[in-house]
Design a protein around this ligand. Structure first.
Ligand code: FE2
Ligand code: FE2
Length: 168
């Protein structure tokens, strides 16, 4: 059936976000396991709990809209997952894998930030204030995780710097 209204697009994009969250939820335990830095490990664990909340928030959104999420796959999140698998194929050392995972996780957060920024705007445009509020809560969690990862990337980067100066 042809998609003819912004509301249909909104509901479709929400289902896509729901799929993305499920894919990411599946990845986070492995990322926590592969993290060596205790703060990074904790960040992934915390974000796993947050992601579960985000899925609940999305379920609430669908309820408020009186809609059912269509069965769809977020190809972007699938792609990010494949990137992680591709990194594994390079047989990185645990240190290098951890560094790669921080970068991959940062990409994921930026994708989610873009997703929820758009969804919050669409909800507002459609006059769905309560829905916008729920989506904004997810957006804020993604932004916070993005910042946390940025700080940890700097922290991990120190080891890279030290190694570079030692071999220079
Ligand atoms: Fe998320
Ligand atoms: Fe996230």
């Amino acid at each position: 059936m042809a998609m003819t209204s912004p509301r249909e697009l909104f509901v479709h994009e929400l289902a896509d976000a729901m799929s993305a969250e499920h894919i990411i939820l599946g990845m986070l335990p492995e990322l926590a396991k592969e993290a060596r830095h205790p703060e990074l490990k904790q960040a992934f664990k915390d974000h796993e709990a947050e992601t579960k909340q985000q899925i609940e928030q999305l379920q609430e959104v669908f309820k408020l809209l009186g809609e059912e999420p269509e069965d769809t796959t977020c190809h972007a999140a699938e792609g990010l997952k494949k990137e992680h698998e591709a990194l594994h194929e390079e047989e990185p050392t645990p240190e290098v894998l951890e560094l790669g995972n921080v970068g991959g996780a940062a990409k994921t957060e930026h994708y989610e930030i873009a997703t929820y920024t758009t969804l919050v705007q669409m909800a507002k445009d459609l006059g769905e204030r309560d829905v916008a509020r729920l989506l904004k809560a997810n957006l804020d969690q993604e932004k916070a995780m993005g910042k946390r990862l940025q700080g940890l990337a700097k922290e991990l980067g120190k080891a890279t710097k030290e190694q570079a100066t030692a071999t220079a």
